[in-house]
Ligand binder design. Structure first.
Ligand SMILES: NC(=O)C1=CN([C@@H]2O[C@H](COP(=O)(O)OP(=O)(O)OC[C@H]3O[C@@H](n4cnc5c(N)ncnc54)[C@H](OP(=O)(O)O)[C@@H]3O)[C@@H](O)[C@H]2O)C=CC1
Ligand SMILES: CCCCCCCCCCCCCCCC(=O)[C@@H](N)CO
Length: 328
C-alpha cells in the first residue's frame, strides 16, 4: 500500500512535467514582446471610457497616440485630458467606423499604425422580440463591421511598417465577457462580440507571417460613460446575470489590456471571473503560454462542470423571475 502511494507520488509530478514539456513544444504562436514606446498606437473609441483610459496609459508609456471617434467635441476634450495627464499630444480623427470611406481617409491621415486597438462599441440591451431591427443592425455595424473596416484600412501600411522596422505589430479587438457567453438581453450585442472572435482567430492565421499579433480583450461591466447610459435601460435579468462578474474601473481594464497586448496574448481576461471564463471557453484559440495551456488542459473537465453550474443558476434566476411576474 505504502509503496503504491510512493509510486503515485513519483508518477504524478513526472506526468505533469511531461505534459508541461509537451505543451512548451506545441503552443503557437511563439512568445513575443511588442514594444509600445515610440510607436504609433491608434485607439478607436478613444474619446471615452475604456478607450480613453487606454490612450492615457499608452501615452504614459511613451507611445505616439491617435484616437478615433465620431464626435469632434468629445475628441478635443479627450485630447485635453490626455495632454493634462501625460503631457502627450494625441492626434484626433473624427470618423464613423460604419463608413469605410471615412475610415480609410482617417487612417491615411493618421499614417502607418503599429498597434491598432478596435475598441469602439455600442450596447443597447433589450429582448430581441421587442428590439427594433435598426438597433440590432446598429450594434453589428459599429462593433463588428466597423472593426472589419478599420483592419482593412490599416493592414497594408501596418504590414509594410512591420517589415521595415522588423518590430512586431498588434491588432487588438475589444470584445466583452458577453462575447464569451450569451447573456439575456444581449442577443445582438453578444452576436457582434462573438463575431469578433471568429474574425480574430482567422485573422491571426493570416497575419502571423507578417509579424502581426492579434489580441481579444474581454472586459466585464466597466464604469464608463457608455455603461452609465446602458444601465438606465438594462432589463432586470440582464443586470442579474451580468452581475455574476464583478465590475471594474476603466483604468484597471486598460492596464490589463495593455499588458496583454504587449505580450501578444490572444485571449485577454480582465478580472478573476474573466480568467475562469477564458479557461472554460478556451476552445481552439491560439495560446502562446504553456503555463496557461497547462491550466486549460487540466482544468477543462472541471471548468465545464463549473460552467454548467453557472448556467443552472442563471436558468433558475430566469425561472423565478417569470414566476414572480406571473404571480403579480
Ligand atoms: N463598459 C462596459 O461595461 C463594457 C464595455 N465593453 C466594450 O468596451 C468598448 C468601450 O466601451 P466603453 O468605454 O464602455 O464605451 P463608451 O460608450 O464610454 O465609449 C465608446 C467610444 O466609442 C466611440 N464610438 C461609438 N460609436 C462609434 C462609431 N460608430 N464610430 C466611431 N467611434 C464610435 C465613442 O465616441 P463617439 O460616440 O463620439 O463616436 C466613444 O469614444 C466597447 O467596445 C464595449 O462594447 C466590453 C465590456 C464591458
Ligand atoms: C465557468 C466559470 C464562469 C465564470 C463566471 C461567468 C460570469 C459571466 C458574466 C457575464 C457578464 C457579461 C457582462 C457584459 C458587459 C458588457 O459588455 C456590457 N456592460 C456592455 O458593455
Amino acid at each position: 500500500m505504502a509503496s503504491l502511494f510512493l509510486l503515485f507520488l513519483l508518477v504524478v509530478p513526472f506526468a505533469a512535467l511531461l505534459l508541461l514539456l509537451l505543451l512548451a513544444a506545441v503552443v503557437r504562436p511563439r512568445r513575443v514582446r511588442i514594444p509600445i514606446k515610440g510607436r504609433h498606437v491608434l485607439i478607436t473609441g478613444g474619446s471615452s471610457g475604456i478607450g480613453l483610459a487606454l490612450a492615457r496609459r499608452a501615452a504614459t508609456e511613451g507611445a505616439r497616440v491617435s484616437i478615433l471617434a465620431r464626435n469632434p467635441a468629445r475628441l478635443e476634450e479627450a485630447r485635453d485630458t490626455i495632454r493634462l495627464a501625460t503631457g502627450v499630444d494625441a492626434a484626433v480623427l473624427a470618423a464613423d467606423v460604419r463608413d469605410p470611406t471615412a475610415v480609410a481617409r482617417a487612417l491615411e491621415e493618421a499614417g502607418p499604425v503599429d498597434v491598432l486597438v478596435c475598441n469602439q462599441g455600442v450596447f443597447v440591451p433589450q429582448e430581441l422580440e421587442t428590439q427594433e431591427l435598426e438597433e440590432v443592425r446598429f450594434m453589428v455595424e459599429v462593433n463588428l463591421m466597423g472593426s472589419f473596416h478599420l483592419i482593412k484600412a490599416a493592414l497594408p501600411a501596418m504590414k509594410a511598417r512591420a517589415r521595415e522596422t522588423g518590430l512586431p505589430a498588434s491588432i487588438a479587438l475589444v470584445s466583452s465577457q458577453a462575447g464569451q457567453v450569451g447573456v439575456y438581453g444581449y442577443t445582438a450585442y453578444s452576436a457582434s462580440k462573438f463575431g469578433l472572435r471568429g474574425l480574430a482567430e482567422a485573422l491571426q492565421h493570416e497575419v502571423i507571417a507578417d509579424n502581426i499579433h492579434v489580441s481579444l480583450i474581454f472586459p466585464p461591466d466597466t464604469e464608463t460613460p457608455g455603461f452609465a447610459e446602458e444601465h438606465k435601460r438594462r432589463p432586470e435579468l440582464t443586470h442579474m446575470i451580468a452581475g455574476s462578474s464583478g465590475g471594474m474601473k476603466p483604468d484597471d481594464v486598460a492596464e490589463k489590456a495593455l499588458k496583454g497586448i504587449k505580450s501578444g496574448t490572444f485571449i485577454i481576461p480582465c478580472n478573476f471571473e474573466g480568467i475562469m471564463l477564458s479557461i472554460a471557453t478556451a476552445g481552439l484559440s491560439p495560446q502562446r503560454s504553456y503555463l496557461t495551456a497547462f491550466v486549460e488542459v487540466l482544468g477543462a473537465g472541471f471548468m465545464r462542470l463549473l460552467g454548467l453550474c453557472f448556467q443552472w443558476n442563471w436558468f433558475n434566476t430566469i425561472e423565478k423571475w417569470h414566476a414572480k411576474k406571473s404571480n403579480k
